[in-house]
Design a protein around this ligand. Sequence first.
Ligand SMILES: Nc1ncnc2c1ncn2[C@@H]1O[C@H](COP(=O)(O)OP(=O)(O)OP(=O)(O)O)[C@@H](O)[C@H]1O
Ligand SMILES: [Mg+2]
Length: 265
Amino acid sequence: MTSPVLLTSRLARTFETKRGTVEAVRGIDLTVRRGEILGFLGPNGAGKTTTLRMLTTLLPPTSGSATVAGHDLARDPAGVRTKIGYVAQSGGVDPAVSVREELTTQARLYRLTKPQAAARVAELADELGLGDVMERPCATLSGGQRRRLDIAMALTHRPGILFLDEPTTGLDPGSRAGLWALIRRLRDTSGTTVFLTTHYLDEAEALADRLVIVDHGGIAAEGTAEELKIRYGGGPGATLQETFISITGRGTVTGDSGTGEPVAV
Ligand SMILES: Nc1ncnc2c1ncn2[C@@H]1O[C@H](COP(=O)(O)OP(=O)(O)OP(=O)(O)O)[C@@H](O)[C@H]1O
Ligand SMILES: [Mg+2]
C-alpha cells in the first residue's frame, strides 16, 4: 500500500451559537492514499464542508490533528496550502473581472512568471472548456461555466490533493461527464489525490475508489461501494441509494443508480 497522503487523528470542530454548542465534526480518523479518489458522503449537515474547511486550513480544528501532503495542519498551514487545491461548495470569484484576468491573477499568486501564467491559463481554459468565455466578466457566466472556472482556479498550481465540495451540483450532463473525465485524468496522469464530496450517488459510485460516509459529525461507514452494499445494503444487488439510507436512516439526492426519485432529506 502506498503511503498515506492525508491522515487525521480525532479531528473535531465545534461551533458556539446562541442556542448552544454545535458539534459539527466529532473526532474523525481518516487515511487517504496517494492517487486515491475518496468519496466523502453524508446527509445535509453531516459535517462534510466543515471537515474540508479544516483540511484546507480555512478553519482551525477545535481538537485533534492532521497531516496533509506531508505538512502538519496546525504547525505548517502555509506548507499545506502550497500542495492543495480547494473548490468550495460556493465559489468566490470576482464578478467584475474577466475569466482570463481571474485565472491569470491566481497563477501569479502562485508565483508563476507572466509567460508561465499565460501558458497555464491557456492550458486550463482548454482542459475546462472555458475557451469561449475567457474575455467575459465572471458575473456573466452560467452556473456550470462558473463551476468550471472554480475548478480551473483550484488547479492552477497543479496541486497534489484536490478537495472538491459538491463540484458538479448544477452542471448539465455533458459538463458533468467532462468533469468526471478530468478527475480521472488528473488521477491517472498526475497521481492527484481527489477528496470529493457529492450528493449524487451515481457520481460517487462511478468515480470514487473508496467511500467514507459521515453522519452527525462522525464516520458511519467506509469501504468500496461494493463492500458497503454487501455489509449494509443487503447484498451486491443493492443500490448505493438503499445502502446509504440503511447507513444514515436518511436519503440524499439520487442519481441513475437509485430509484430515480429524489428522497427527502
Ligand atoms: N459557522 C458555523 N456556525 C454554527 N454552526 C455551523 C457553522 N458551520 C457549520 N455549522 C453546522 O455544523 C454542521 C455541519 O455543517 P457542514 O456544513 O459541515 O455540513 P455538510 O455535511 O457540508 O452539509 P451539506 O450537505 O448541506 O453541505 C451543521 O449542523 C451546520 O449547521
Ligand atoms: Mg457542505
